[in-house]
Design a protein. Structure first.
Ligand code: JHZ
Ligand code: SAH
Ligand code: ZN
Length: 406
């Protein structure tokens, strides 16, 4: 167990314990449940630099490998978001004579495929070989390695300096923060930028989105903690922008000190975090109380519906569904199955809670009375697609920010 901050060695104070949990993307076949891996899912905050982080850690090779289940291109919303991201980088940063961009955690190429189509020099660094293959099939150049100081030095000597290092929903997964930042430092051109967008501690606590806490999310960034981490490694935080992905994230831009004029947004968000006491024990204590409340309300609702003979199925098997079902003790007795559009999750069980994952067609065959929306961050896309369910009298159950039926 970590008692010291991975960034600054300060003391960690625990603020939430979600119990014994498996790995969020460790979907398994019904015959593979013996000897399933579990660890204690608990998060703490550094009393010095305010970086929130997991206390126990799952080795990275157990999280990312040739059977990694998450495919970033799985939703129309994400495809659009990352295409826009790529176009924006092409317009604003990749404008020199022979620009070069490196993406850490490119997954199935959801972002870099647009860069590749534009004919711009790029490299994805992606240790999960199955999703890396999907990226290659889209014309993306990929190095199947974990990004760290050593990998970065190799890229620099083979390809030269990068104008942009990009990461999305990946930088908070990397426990070796110092090695990562030394690697970015070695790789980045003098005027280059390190841009990354990640789940925001402010959203998680404000919306009681505790299901964002799982093994892969080692860090829970805030503007305060990212700025401290950047400065420690010789970078300046020059921009921070709220984005709607995954229910509310922040896109951070780091540059070398003095290379860019910092935006007002950085100071504004820092002031906002101070005013709301984002890192204070009292704020985090209230978050923990609300998490417990959601568990109580959700389990009570599901038991009541079962007693009334209603059928409830789950919609979406995101990593988040592992946290919520294991924390709340929701098994197939309360939710007989979940449906998910990812082929590699179908025919498998949600880790730990063992809810069977079926293809989306199972949802309407026949429609249940209630659908528990685990993929709540895709609510608009899913509810539009499944309009007939609601029109036929079906109801959605949401549990973020509180338990309710819509
Ligand atoms: P979604 C992922 O989290 C994984 P997850 C990862 N660990 C991470 O860090 C983040 O992203 C932030 C399905 N679905 O995007 C597809 C449908 O079935 O919320 C996905 O399995 N029908 C890297 O796993 C799941 O829902 C649909 O119509 O929490 C959504 O997963 C749609 C739109 C989605 O990510
Ligand atoms: N960028 C995509 C995918 C995020 S999933 C999106 O935003 O949706 C996180 C990805 O990071 C996984 O594909 C995982 O294999 C990869 N990853 C984890 N640790 C890494 C590391 N040290 N270096 C590079 N990629 C890593
Ligand atoms: Zn610290």
């Amino acid at each position: 167990m970590y008692r010291r901050c991975r960034v600054c060695e300060g003391e960690l104070r625990e603020f939430v314990d979600l119990g014994r949990q498996p790995t969020a993307n460790g979907f398994l076949r019904p015959e593979e449940t013996d000897g399933e891996y579990f660890f204690r899912l608990a998060a703490g905050i550094c009393t010095d630099c305010a970086m929130a982080q997991l206390l126990d850690e799952v080795p990275q090779e157990r999280r990312y490998h040739g059977g990694y289940r998450y495919h970033a291109s799985g939703s129309a919303g994400h495809r659009k978001h990352f295409e826009e991201n790529a176009l924006r980088l092409l317009e604003t940063e990749l404008t020199g004579p022979d620009p070069f961009i490196v993406e850490i955690g490119c997954n199935d190429g959801v972002m870099l495929s647009t860069i590749a189509r534009a004919g711009v020099r790029h490299l994805g660094v992606e240790p999960s070989t199955n999703v890396a293959e999907l990226a290659r099939a889209r014309g993306v150049d990929v190095l199947t390695e974990f990004f760290d100081e050593r990998t970065a030095a190799g890229i620099r000597s083979r390809h030269g300096a990068a104008d942009v290092v990009f990461g999305a929903n990946t930088i908070c997964h990397i426990a070796h923060a110092a090695s990562l930042l030394r690697g970015v430092d070695a790789l980045l051109a003098p005027g280059g930028v390190f841009v990354f967008e990640e789940p925001y501690l402010g959203t998680i606590t404000e919306r009681t989105a505790f299901d964002q806490i799982y093994d892969e999310h080692v860090f829970y960034f805030s503007v305060t903690s990212v700025r401290a981490m950047a400065e420690r490694h010789g970078f300046e935080l020059v921009d921070a922008e709220r984005i709607p992905l995954h229910g509310g994230e922040i896109r951070y831009t780091l540059a070398r000190p003095g290379a860019r004029v910092p935006s007002h947004a950085v100071q504004e968000l820092l002031a906002e975090e101070r005013e709301r006491g984002l890192s204070d024990p009292a704020t985090l204590g209230r978050f923990r109380d609300r998490v417990e409340r959601v568990r109580k309300d959700l389990v009570t609702l599901l038991r009541d519906l079962r007693a009334q003979g209603k059928r409830v199925v789950g919609y979406g098997a995101p990593g988040k569904s592992t946290t919520v079902t294991n924390y709340c003790g929701i098994g197939p007795d309360l939710v007989p199955f979940v449906c998910d559009s990812t082929p590699s999750k179908q025919g498998h069980l949600v880790p730990g809670s063992h809810l069977p994952v079926l293809p989306p067609e199972a949802f309407s065959d026949p429609y249940p009375d209630y659908a528990l929306l685990f993929a709540w961050n895709h609510a608009d896309e899913i509810m539009a697609k499944e309009r007939a369910f609601r029109q036929g009298g079906g109801r959605w159950i949401l549990y973020v920010p509180e338990v309710r039926i819509v």
